[in-house]
Ligand binder design. Structure first.
Ligand SMILES: [Fe+2]
Length: 316
């Protein structure tokens, strides 16, 4: 494993971004309390995860919850995107998110089997590759490589609140194009779709949407990757038409009917899973592929999403 080359990322991202990211990781990655009294990171309450696991074991439903983590559902989401060129009509994006890959090798194996029969043009990963928000990331990278090997075509990705910047080289070594407040163009038939990605907003606060979309010509279609849907207001008021997110796991431990007990995001409840809209922004919050905290899911199956893009009339 090669040393993390800070200066390489300073040249690529700017010193401010790299320093903020590394300092936030060093000081706040494992925080339970965020800024403000009502900002709590349940992903870092390890004692609570232990308590919930024991409670589920005592109630005799832990085994069921574990088996549920491998029962993937494929969702088809149709999106009408203004400005989409005719050459990109019907383009399909495969969205995978919240792998927490080292936490559940079983879920990763089930994911690999579930994507095998699917067809898509490009794949997007919306973050959370590691199980915890701190500690070694290499075991997660090893599991992710198995997933990457099962995917064809380009993969674009952002980091989540569980992922250190030091993981960037490992992702790019497996031919994943990481977008750290950056953008890339997917091209087909002489037309292009821009894929912009922001760094994590939820814990590290290193998102910079303005930088991510800088240089994209006006009128060209953009898909924004943001780990948490919490960016929705900035994205909508900045003119973004489509944002793909994860982070919430759809609640992961839900009541019958799919009602999340906790969703861990400062967004309206309707934005914590599935398709939603705010102003002109069309959003999708995936329930994700993996699990964190407790290796269980209830009334909230893991999800693979195929977004089918279609041309839409221009807004006036
Ligand atoms: Fe996650």
């Amino acid at each position: 494993m090669r040393e993390f080359d800070i200066e390489k990322y300073v040249r690529r991202l700017g010193r401010f971004h790299v320093e903020q990211r590394l300092n936030m990781q060093a000081h706040h990655a494992a925080d339970i309390f965020g800024p403000g009294l009502v900002h709590i990171h349940i992903e870092n309450m390890l004692w609570l995860h232990f308590f919930i696991k024991r409670l589920l074991q005592v109630c005799g439903v832990y085994g069921l919850g574990r088996r549920n983590t491998g029962r993937f559902v494929v969702t088809h989401n149709a999106v009408a995107l203004p400005g989409l060129p005719a050459a990109l009509e019907g383009l399909t994006l495969l969205q995978l998110t919240d792998f927490h890959a080292d936490f559940s090798a079983t879920a990763m194996s089930a994911l690999i089997e579930a994507v095998r029969p699917l067809q898509w043009d490009a794949c997007v990963w919306t973050g959370d590759y590691r199980g915890l928000t701190h500690g070694p990331w290499e075991p997660a990278a090893a599991e992710l490589r198995r997933v990457r090997d099962a995917l064809h075509g380009p993969v674009y990705a952002v980091l989540g609140n569980h992922d250190p910047l030091e993981m960037a080289d490992a992702l790019e070594d497996m031919d994943v194009r990481l977008l750290l407040n950056e953008r890339a163009a997917f091209e087909r038939g002489g037309a292009r779709l821009w894929i912009a990605g922001v760094d994590d907003q939820h814990i590290f606060e290193t998102d910079n949407l303005e930088k991510a979309v800088d240089g994209i010509p006006a009128g060209e279609p953009v898909v924004l990757l943001a780990h948490s849907p919490e960016l929705y207001r900035k994205a909508a008021y900045g003119g973004i038409e489509l944002m793909l997110s994860g982070h919430t796991h759809g609640g992961q431990l839900c009541l019958p009917g799919g009602w999340p007990i906790l969703a861990n995001a400062r967004v309206p409840r309707r934005m914590t899973r599935g398709a939603w809209r705010f102003q002109q922004l069309q959003g999708y919050t995936s329930r994700g592929c993996g699990v964190s905290g407790v290796e269980c899911r209830y009334s909230c199956p893991p999800e693979i999403v195929l977004h089918h893009l279609h041309r839409a009339p221009e807004r006036l």
